[in-house]
Design a protein around this ligand. Structure first.
Ligand code: UDP
Ligand code: MN
Length: 584
């Protein structure tokens, strides 16, 4: 088509007009927008949006805004968290699945995926209103060779008991499982949720610690919640966990963990009666729980409100996703299992965040009979006990010198372990300008010393060997209270590593060696004490029980241990501490 000159002129004029008019219109529009925004009520709205993030949950007379209706009448095995017992002819199958999984997956297969559980919350919990626009949440479940029905019950409980508009996704991260059930069958289950459940798989075993860090990377929600693959969340569990994070993104929140029996899947509270406990630790880095000190309880107005806790057990917690990553996720030098709960706890507190336990959020967890998996190739590369190596990395990063000594006093062999390189961790601590461990002990974990006082140095440690029989004092792997025995000295393991400290306490692991009429016993150390009755004389080789003024002795014929009148000529009363030289 030909265009005439006249037409060309007209098009040119129109373009010119548009060139002038459009910017003017744009300026006019933005000016009016600015004007609008500066109107008092709109400014108020913006401020309100900001203010909302500092809004506190509120206790009301009626039911809270996220409170679900009561479960209708349900019938079936295990409903309402009742124990389910297999018919006796199937016991064998149940037991063999227990051997395989550390829990009775065969029984679990017979319990509904969406069964009801007992509401274990305090009554008051039903009456809290929470902010409506809570952050979108990814629930991350990492798993290795778990029972499919147990895993799927976890998923169902999350989906059924979380507000729809808050749950971004359930993210399953498979840590290189081998079980057939966890292949296509699981994929089909996942598909049935139409995208709400996502599955990613590791292409080699990462261990639970690294796999959780991967889950956090992959997650799409603003907040992440970690759960083990054998949990059932209880009524209205999520809003109370999210509310503190909504107000302050540097808060980690932890639900109160109920127990699910590994044989019968009975759901039952570990703690009840409105008494609150919180996470601490002892100096060998075993996780412990302690009644919440009055000082902390008093800070709150209502007994169902969250309270601060020095540590957490590890498996179940909620955190702002970016904050978790800003803190470096988990130290990637920690292997498979253990110590990561302390690493994250110390890091959060010392670097400016906080941990709160939330009484109104309850989640059931199956405590297994035993750990059914090994550490695979991950463990083989390392020399020495993997978990203690993890602890060493954590304490070398976060403890002050004085506190490191308590750990090495309690775990003398840890001094010899190769913990790998922690410069990255120390740099992070520097970069985030984290506070000292002393600060943490003074302000957060101030109740630890009440239960686990500063440890006096070991005067002697190692195997405690009988001069007469060349055998060693041995805790025999029994739970206290139990009788101590004598065994062939084997130079390793926790059962023969004795420590006599400067205050007379004879310890083995976290336990104490004591004596009564029945003999020499393995006992639970009295909480809050680090002293004991023992005195060792290097000349006579006697181990004197000062309270009774008697010596540790061995019966020559029965080999049994007891206290006897001290006799310097009796070889059966002579003992030697022999420091253990670790083989790694
Ligand atoms: N897990 C994993 N990789 C491992 C070991 C464990 O993904 O190498 C998963 C496991 O399936 C579970 C979670 O990590 O969902 C926590 O492990 P576990 O329940 O054995 O720890 P516990 O509760 O005994 O502390
Ligand atoms: Mn678990």
């Amino acid at each position: 088509m030909r265009i005439t000159n006249i037409r060309r002129g007209r098009i040119f004029r129109i373009c010119l007009c548009l060139l002038i008019i459009l910017p003017v219109l744009y300026l006019l529009f933005t000016w009016s927008e600015n004007q609008r925004n500066s109107l008092p009520e709109v400014r108020g709205k913006h401020a309100a949006l900001k203010r909302q993030r500092t809004e506190r949950p509120e206790l009301i007379v009626g039911f809270g805004n996220f409170e679900p209706p009561n479960d209708d009448q349900r019938e079936g095995p295990g409903e309402y968290g009742e124990a389910f017992h297999l018919p006796s002819e199937e016991n064998f199958k149940g037991e063999s699945s227990e051997m395989e999984y550390g829990m009775n997956v065969y029984a679990s297969n017979k319990i509904a995926m969406d069964r009801a559980v007992k509401d274990t919350r305090l009554d008051e919990c039903k009456h809290w209103n929470y902010p409506h626009d809570l952050p979108k949440t990814s629930v991350i479940i990492v798993f290795h060779n778990e029972g499919l029905s147990v895993l799927m019950r976890t998923v169902h409980s999350v989906i059924n008991r979380s507000p729809k508009h808050v749950l971004q996704e359930v993210l399953l991260v498979d840590d290189f499982s081998e079980k057939e059930d966890l292949k296509e069958k699981l994929e089909e289950e996942v598909k049935s949720f139409n995208g709400l459940v996502r599955l990613v798989r590791n292409d080699e075993r990462g261990g639970l610690i690294r796999t959780r860090s991967r889950g956090a990377q992959e997650a799409r929600g603003e907040v992440i919640v970690f759960l083990d693959a054998h949990c059932e969340v209880n009524k209205n569990w999520l809003p109370p966990l999210l509310a503190p994070i909504y107000r302050d993104r540097t808060t980690m929140t932890v639900p109160i963990i109920d127990g699910i029996d590994h044989k019968t899947f009975e759901y039952r509270p570990v703690y009840s009666g409105g008494h609150h406990y919180r996470g601490i630790f002892e100096w060998g880095m075993l996780y412990k729980e302690n009644e919440v000190p009055k000082r902390e309880l008093k800070r709150r107005e209502h007994n169902s409100e969250p309270y601060k806790s020095p540590t957490h057990a590890g498996g179940l917690f909620a955190m702002d996703r970016k904050y978790f990553l800003e803190l470096g996720a988990y130290d990637s030098g920690l292997l498979v299992w253990g110590g990561e709960n302390f690493e994250l706890s110390f890091k959060i507190w010392q670097c400016g965040g906080s941990i709160e336990w939330v009484p109104c959020s309850r989640v059931g967890h199956v405590y297994r009979g035993f750990m059914p998996y090994n550490f695979g190739k991950l463990g083989e590369k390392k020399k020495g006990p993997l978990i203690t190596i993890n602890y060493k990395r954590v304490i070398e990063t976060w403890f002050d010198e004085k506190y490191k000594e308590y750990f090495y006093t309690r775990e003398p062999l840890a001094r010899f372990l190769d913990m790998g390189d922690i410069t990255g961790q120390l740099e992070l601590k520097e970069r985030l300008q984290c506070k000292s461990f002393q600060w943490y002990m003074d302000n957060v974990a101030y109740d630890v010393f009440d239960k686990f006082p500063q440890l006096p140095a070991n005067l002697f440690w190692g195997e405690l060997k009988s001069v007469a029989t060349d055998t060693c004092l041995d805790a025999m792997g029994h739970a206290p209270p139990s009788i101590m025995g004598l065994q062939h000295c084997h130079g390793h393991g926790n059962n023969q590593l004795m420590r006599l400290n400067a205050a007379g306490q004879l310890g083995v692991g976290e336990r104490c060696v004591e004596a009564d009429k029945q003999g020499i016993k393995l006992a639970v150390c009295r909480l809050g004490t680090v002293d004991g009755p023992w005195h060792y004389d290097e000349k006579t080789k006697h181990l004197l029980h000062r309270a009774n003024n008697k010596c540790m002795a061995q019966n020559p014929s029965t080999r049994q241990l007891s206290l006897a009148h001290c006799d310097v000529n009796d070889g059966y009363q002579q003992w030697e501490f022999k420091e253990i030289k670790p083989k790694w």
